[in-house]
Design a protein. Structure first.
Length: 91
């Protein structure tokens, strides 16, 4: 399965609009997207809404400093996940 990729279209603080190519399937609401930043870190985004037919509005889970329009974004195809274990049950 090929990865769905898009490009950053707009950045307003933690709100980032991501544009996908015409004809590609948009990620579902609450799915996570990832950006590999130039410093080697990964920024996780969560889809909050669909804007038009080829754009999604996302919320960054960390600082969006250093991002620019046109940066590649990769859809993970799943919502944000947190590993759990015995230590967190019932908390």
């Amino acid at each position: 399965m090929s990865k769905v990729t898009g490009k950053v279209a707009q950045i307003v603080g933690p709100v980032i609009d991501v544009e996908f190519g015409a004809g590609s399937e948009l990620p579902k609401i609450y799915d996570s997207l990832e950006i590999n930043k130039p410093d080697g870190s990964t920024l996780v985004l969560e889809v909050q809404s669909h804007i038009g037919e080829d754009t999604v509005r996302t919320i960054a889970m960390d600082s969006s400093d250093g991002l620019s329009r046109g940066t590649e974004v990769v859809a993970t195809g799943a919502p944000i996940q947190m590993p759990i274990g015995e230590d967190v049950y019932g908390r």
